[in-house]
Design a protein around this ligand. Structure first.
Ligand code: GSH
Length: 267
């Protein structure tokens, strides 16, 4: 840490699980950083300083002097290389690969489901029977993923092995998101017990506190979507989730009303 002369800025949003991964890693390594929220994230409007850090217009993005990085996995790699101690990746080749594999599943398959539930319950993309149908699909898919995660954890204390690390910081933001939607793991299960242990870490508790702070100030986002003030990003696995799980009409309506966008084309 002594060599840190330049301010580290992390563009983030408290509810973004991708940003939480980076904040947890930095906090575990005791690296000080400044957080910034892009202006009007999710509205699809331009925020030049933020787009300079990440032309994709997504959080997280990290700035350190001339360094400009985007994508949570790439940022985690940078943090690990730049501040190696304490290591977030375990020691052996297989354990390291397993932690990254768990991260990949969480970032893609798991996140798509919790994100979609946000589209339904907060942004009211579906209501009544359709909302119930989508929620039931999500619950079934999450139950399967919780079984898979339970097997990955086995009898260990941490996904990373003997100590908290990459495998754990890659799971906790997403599991907490599912719990917030009433779709988290059984608290009495080994996975639920792990969730409690992970939430007790100061690095994770700080993320949870930031979420609580912002939730009190949350505007009527469903009304904002209807008023055309939000243009949500339907990308990658999120879009696949909608198409596979019964949300094709949501995508079509979003395109027609201009309330969704796809990922930015870089130039
Ligand atoms: N693959 C990226 C995904 C980042 C991402 O999708 N972030 C979302 C927030 S959770 C975002 O900023 N979306 C932009 C928007 O909604 O306009 C990563 O791992 O960092």
């Amino acid at each position: 840490m002594g060599e840190t002369a330049l301010a580290i800025v992390l563009y983030e949003h408290p509810l973004s699980p991708y940003a939480q991964k980076c904040k947890i890693s930095l906090a575990e390594k005791n690296v000080s950083f400044e957080t910034r929220m892009p202006n009007a994230i999710g509205t699809g409007t331009r925020d030049e300083p933020f787009l300079d850090a990440n032309p994709r217009g997504e959080v997280p993005a990290l700035i350190e002097g001339d360094v400009r990085l985007f994508d949570s996995t790439i940022i985690l790699e940078y943090i690990e290389d730049r501040w190696p101690s304490p290591a977030m990746l375990p020691a052996t080749a297989y354990a390291r690969a397993r932690a990254r594999m768990i991260e990949e599943v969480m970032d893609t398959q798991y996140e798509a489901i919790t994100w979609a539930m946000g589209e339904v319950s907060w942004f009211k993309r579906a209501e009544g029977e359709k909302a119930a149908e989508l929620r039931s699909r999500a619950a079934g898919q999450l139950a399967g993923l919780h079984q898979w995660l339970g097997r990955q954890l086995g009898d260990a204390q941490w996904f990373n092995g003997e100590s908290f690390g990459w495998g754990d910081l890659s799971v906790i933001p997403y599991l907490n998101g599912a719990t917030g939607q009433g779709l988290g793991p059984d608290p009495a299960s080994p996975l639920g017990q792990w969730q409690k242990r992970a939430n007790a870490r100061p690095s994770v508790a700080a993320c949870n506190d930031s979420i609580k702070a912002i939730q009190g100030a949350m505007v009527d986002v469903a009304g904002a979507v209807k008023a055309g003030l939000f243009k949500r990003e339907y990308r990658d696995h999120r879009l696949e989730w909608m198409m596979r799980s019964g949300g094709a009409d949501i995508v079509r309506a979003g395109i027609e009303t201009g309330t969704i966008r796809f990922s930015n084309e870089l130039s």
